[in-house]
Design a protein around this ligand. Structure first.
Ligand SMILES: *[C@@H]1O[C@H](CO)[C@@H](O)[C@H](O)[C@H]1NC(C)=O
Ligand SMILES: *[C@@H]1O[C@H](CO)[C@@H](O)[C@H](O)[C@H]1NC(C)=O
Ligand SMILES: *[C@@H]1O[C@H](CO)[C@@H](O)[C@H](O)[C@H]1NC(C)=O
Ligand SMILES: *[C@@H]1O[C@H](CO)[C@@H](O)[C@H](O)[C@H]1NC(C)=O
Ligand SMILES: *[C@@H]1O[C@H](CO)[C@@H](O)[C@H](O)[C@H]1NC(C)=O
Ligand SMILES: CC(=O)N[C@H]1CO[C@H](CO)[C@@H](O)[C@@H]1O
Length: 375
């Protein structure tokens, strides 16, 4: 197996307490209709047009809907769960897979050493690796009990993958069989100054089984399937959104989150593509669907929670307070994004923030452990 896929760590303990800035509530109307005049930007909310939006800037939790208040509860606190022992190492980047039976969260380090992006269902944790200068990327399956690992996909008719970013598994409602989906992203072309497989790309950027082509979604990144195996979510991370929506935001770029039905004869064909939502800042990277069908995404502003039916933003776990105010920012990737992924661990949100991991205890169980039990 690619050596880098072993960069996985386990945690559940609280090391120390972090701060708790309370939940800010923003009236729904302020999200679409402000008193004139206003002139605010991502980074400057001092415009008095909405005091609620300005006041929410430094809150830990920003609520736009009563449903979010129910998820967060009355006295949620942000806890610092772990820090990197080597401050130069960004150990918490992608993945965020809960294995209830072993009480572990699996995740991967930032690009150097090369990361993976992993997902889990049934017997295996599936990890993507970006390879290294001598090794082309792959999808790897790991047994979380034995740690036995093997490559399951590394090429298409002899052509190497580019930079597989996310992998997810559905169980076909038609056949009962597992369907593995993965996205192949442009990371090989990006360079990013690290030891990933450098390309050049020989395949288009697809959602693979293969099922979703480049004309449908430009640069597919995050993937998630709902509990009922009836919906597939795919996030788009076009270059303009990934790199031009950070602190130096210049262009409005479009980073959609798409919803498909899973159906067809094999039960695993994505049908009826529709735009579900889009990221206000940056793009939606990590994506998870909770048991109630709510959609959680890692965006540049934080972890955003949306109603799965309407796409309405219910609230945000605010990166400005939870991550930026509590990190020493050793990694320049924060110029682009403060986080890439997170885990939903029963009734806890675990945020992977490069050199820190934060936990937020929720007021409800959002993922039933049974859903991810490994037998
Ligand atoms: C809005 O604010 C920006 C930066 O503060 C400024 O450059 C721009 O001229 C302002 N626009 C208006 C219409 O006031
Ligand atoms: C932020 O916006 C306010 C109100 O428009 C303006 O007075 C202030 O100069 C802006 N600050 C920065 C740093 O752009
Ligand atoms: C938010 O925090 C920043 C930095 O600590 C501070 O300058 C700003 O005044 C705060 N804004 C609010 C609304 O509290
Ligand atoms: C989503 O919103 C609809 C309509 O407001 C509501 O009926 C439904 O319960 C919500 N779903 C979740 C998971 O909160
Ligand atoms: C953003 O702008 C600042 C100040 O001009 C600069 O130092 C920084 O490198 C820029 N960051 C990015 C990601 O372009
Ligand atoms: C970012 C920010 O505003 N953090 C504040 C959270 O609340 C504590 C306690 O009130 C303040 O000390 C922090 O400045």
């Amino acid at each position: 197996m690619p050596q880098r896929a072993t960069m996985l760590m386990l945690l559940t303990t609280t090391l120390t307490a972090a701060q708790s800035n309370l939940t800010a509530q923003v009236p729904a109307q302020d999200t679409y209709q402000l008193p004139r005049s206003f002139n605010s930007s991502f980074d400057n909310h001092t415009s008095a047009a909405s005091q609620a939006i300005a006041a929410a800037r430094n809150a830990s939790f920003v609520s736009y809907d009563e449903d979010f208040l129910r998820i967060v509860g009355d006295d949620s606190k942000v806890r610092l769960l772990a820090t990197s022992s080597n401050e130069k190492v960004s150990f918490a980047f992608e993945g965020g897979i809960w294995v209830p039976e072993t009480n572990q969260v699996w995740f991967t380090a930032y690009l150097d050493p090369t990361p993976g992006y992993l997902s889990i269902l049934d017997l295996n944790v599936y990890v993507t690796t970006f390879g290294d200068p001598d090794t082309t990327p792959a999808i790897v399956a790991i047994n979380p009990h034995t740690y036995h690992a093997e490559e399951v996909v590394n090429s298409y008719f002899g052509l190497p993958l580019n930079g597989p970013d996310d992998v997810t598994v559905a169980v076909s409602r038609a056949t009962g069989e597992q369907c593995v989906f993965f996205t192949d992203f442009f990371l090989n072309e990006e360079g990013l100054g690290v030891a990933t497989y450098p390309g050049p790309s020989k395949l288009p950027y697809f959602v693979w089984r293969p099922v979703i082509g480049t004309l449908e979604i430009q640069d597919p990144n995050g993937l998630a399937v709902d509990k009922a195996n009836s919906l597939l979510y795919v996030t788009d991370g076009p270059h303009s959104a990934v790199f031009q929506s950070g602190p130096n935001h210049t262009l409005p770029s479009f980073a959609g989150i798409y919803q498909y039905d899973l159906g067809g004869a094999d039960g695993c064909t994505p049908l009826n593509k529709r735009l579900f939502a889009f990221a206000r800042q940056g793009f939606a990277n990590g994506i998870k669907v909770d048991d109630a069908g709510r959609v959680w995404t890692a965006e540049y502003e934080g972890v955003v929670v949306r109603n799965g039916t309407s796409g309405k933003v219910l609230g945000v776990f605010n990166a400005v307070d939870i991550i930026m105010a509590n990190s020493e920012n050793p990694v320049n990737v924060r110029d682009v994004a403060p986080l890439a992924n997170f885990a939903l661990v029963g009734d806890e949100l675990v945020i992977l923030a490069f050199d820190r991991i934060f936990g937020v205890k929720l007021a409800e169980m959002v993922i039933d452990p049974e859903r991810y039990n490994i037998r």
